[in-house]
Structure formats: structure tokens, C-alpha cells
Design a protein around this ligand. Structure first.
Ligand SMILES: Cc1cc2nc3c(=O)[nH]c(=O)nc-3n(C[C@H](O)[C@H](O)[C@H](O)COP(=O)(O)OP(=O)(O)OC[C@H]3O[C@@H](n4cnc5c(N)ncnc54)[C@H](O)[C@@H]3O)c2cc1C
Ligand code: FES
Length: 286
């Protein structure tokens, strides 16, 4: 049983879940993800492993409610169980000694960079995390990122915390002042990952991004997560999700993410109507 043991409401429709999943927790490595199914006829959604504990047999996930399945998950509470959790999936992040890592996270991307930064720090690499949000109230995991990194720099759109601007504002300044860095890792919205790739291209710093295409089976069979990296067709679920940012076709990624937008919109509208009808029935019963 994949029981939710803890659930916390964080900022901007982001929720933290600690879930009982001993087989995943035993094998998980930084950079990997799971595919969840909540109910019998539900869709499968990929979610990054933000943390895990092989001793207690738990995994920690941060999920942003943006469509039907993530909204259903946002309504689940501690004690509820997910139907299945498949993983760990994907190739673990390559963590090599003697590097200075600069990791940028936006939105759920902060949860995704967390275990990778921690893995680098554990082997003695210097780690600088740059995390961002629209405002201070919407920033997640500041304490966890401070514990996992040598240094944390913060950017908020409105300047309510740290530098006013985007995470790329901070990276741009670091590049301009030739601050030492060997590897840049960016995880978050595609527009942010693409901007990071453009910034580091000129200085030729190794840059990695963790791609988030639509996924279905997570086994390399269905082709849903197809991405172009250089001249090569790659399946993010088995060949990634991390790729060389300077070779990724981000425009294709965006186009493929939007492939089912009308169906996703309709599905959310029907779900909203069902929720409202249920609320009305409950109010009438009172
Ligand atoms: C490897 C990987 C790791 C991920 N890790 C996390 C995570 O840790 N936390 C988290 O909150 N989300 C994560 N995502 C994104 C998450 O899987 C999607 O947000 C989720 O599948 C949306 O499902 P839905 O039914 O709620 O929304 P849908 O109705 O399917 O989609 C709603 C909107 O989101 C867009 N969308 C759909 N799928 C994705 C996607 N894969 N990425 C970005 N936008 C999408 C759609 O175009 C649409 O506009 C990850 C995705 C991948 C591929
Ligand atoms: S999700 Fe089906 S091939 Fe990757």
C-alpha cells in the first residue's frame, strides 16, 4: 500500500507528500523519478524523487496542482493511499568528484535539484544553489536547500527576498564576473531551462537540464516522451531525464507538451463541474 504518511500544503498549490514506498526508497538515486497512478482508470504522472529514506521506507514528493490528476492528488490527505508508484525510473544524475556545481531550481524544480545538490555536497564538491519564485511567500524548500548546499542565492520576481529578478539574473551576473563553476544544472519550467542554456552557451560551461515531457508508460515503449537532443531522438524516461542543455530542442519540447492541451482543459472543466455538484449536494444535505 502506497499510503500517504504526511501531507503539507506549501505555497502556490504546491504540496509535500511523504509516502510509504519501501522498494522505491531502497533503490532511489539522485535525479530519478517515479510514475504515480492515483485511481484505477487514472492517468500516470511522472514526479521527481525529492528525497527518500531507505530505513523508514518512505519517499518525499513535491507536487504542483496544475491539471486534473495533480488536483485530485492535492485533495488527498494523510492516511489515503495511491494506487501505484512505479520506480525509481530514469538514469541517475552523474555526480563526479572535484566539480563546482551551480544548480538552478524554479517551482517544483527546487525539489528536483535538492537530492542532486546534496549528492554533490556529500562527495565534497562545492555547491551553489540558486532558487527562485514570484515572491517570498511562494518560495519552497529554503531550509532544505540551505542544508544541502554550500551556498544558497535567492531570486524573486518582486524583490521581496534576495535579488529582484529571475534565477537567470543571478547566473548572468556570475558568468559576467567569471565566478568559478564547472557544471550548471537547471530544472524548472522549459522557458527557464532554455534561458539558462542560452546564457551558458557562450561561455561553454557544461550545462544539464532535466526534461519534463508528457510521459505514459515510463519504459521507452510508447514514445510519448520523445525529445530531440542534437541529431538524436531520445526518450526522456529511459535515456534521461537529464540531457546536455546546449543540444536540446526546447521549442519541440514545448510543442509536444501542448499536444493534448484541449483534452486536458476539457477534462479539468468536467472535473471542476463534478466537484461543484458534489459540494452543492453536501450543502443541501446539511
Ligand atoms: C521526469 C518528470 C518529473 C516531474 N517531476 C515533477 C515534480 O516533482 N513535481 C511536479 O509537480 N510535477 C512534476 N512533473 C510534471 C508533472 O508530471 C505534470 O505536471 C503532471 O503530469 C500534470 O498532470 P495533470 O493531469 O495534473 O495535468 P494535465 O491536465 O495533464 O496538464 C495540465 C497542464 O500542464 C501541462 N503539462 C502536462 N504534463 C506536463 C509535464 N510533464 N510537464 C510540464 N507541464 C505539463 C499541460 O500542457 C497542461 O497545460 C514532472 C514531469 C516529468 C516528465
Ligand atoms: S514515457 Fe513512454 S517512451 Fe517514455
Amino acid at each position: 500500500m502506497f499510503t500517504i504518511l504526511e501531507k503539507n500544503d506549501l505555497a502556490a498549490k504546491v504540496y509535500r507528500y511523504v509516502i510509504n514506498a519501501p522498494n522505491v526508497a531502497r533503490k532511489a538515486k539522485a535525479g530519478q523519478f517515479v510514475i504515480l497512478r492515483l485511481i484505477d482508470d487514472g492517468e500516470r504522472i511522472p514526479i521527481t524523487l525529492a528525497d527518500w529514506d531507505p530505513i523508514s521506507g518512505t519517499i518525499t514528493l513535491y507536487v504542483q496542482a496544475i491539471g486534473k490528476t495533480t488536483t485530485i492528488m492535492s485533495q488527498m490527505k494523510a492516511g489515503d493511499a495511491l494506487l501505484d508508484v512505479v520506480g525509481p525510473l530514469g538514469i541517475p544524475s552523474h555526480v563526479e568528484k572535484g566539480k563546482t556545481l551551480v544548480a538552478l531550481g524554479g517551482g517544483f524544480g527546487i525539489a528536483a535539484i535538492h537530492p542532486i545538490v546534496r549528492a554533490h555536497k556529500r562527495i565534497g564538491n562545492r555547491t551553489i544553489s540558486i532558487i527562485g519564485a514570484r515572491s517570498k511567500e511562494l518560495l519552497i524548500m529554503e531550509d532544505e536547500m540551505r542544508a544541502a548546499s554550500d551556498e544558497v542565492r535567492i531570486a524573486t520576481d518582486d524583490g521581496s527576498c534576495g535579488t529582484k529578478g529571475f534565477v537567470t539574473t543571478i547566473l548572468k551576473k556570475m558568468l559576467t564576473t567569471h565566478e568559478a563553476m564547472d557544471v550548471v544544472l537547471a530544472i524548472g519550467p522549459v522557458v527557464m531551462m532554455k534561458a539558462v542554456a542560452e546564457l551558458t552557451r557562450a561561455s561553454d560551461v557544461e550545462t544539464l537540464v532535466s526534461l519534463n515531457p508528457i510521459m505514459m508508460d515510463g519504459t521507452g515503449m510508447c514514445g510519448a516522451c520523445r525529445v530531440m537532443v542534437g541529431d538524436s531522438v531520445q526518450f526522456a524516461c529511459v535515456d534521461g531525464p537529464e540531457f546536455d542543455a546546449h543540444k536540446v530542442d526546447f521549442d519541440l519540447l514545448v510543442a509536444r507538451q501542448k499536444m493534448y492541451s484541449p483534452q486536458e482543459k476539457l477534462s479539468m472543466e468536467i472535473f471542476d463541474k463534478l466537484c461543484k455538484a458534489q459540494e452543492q449536494r453536501e450543502t443541501a444535505a446539511w
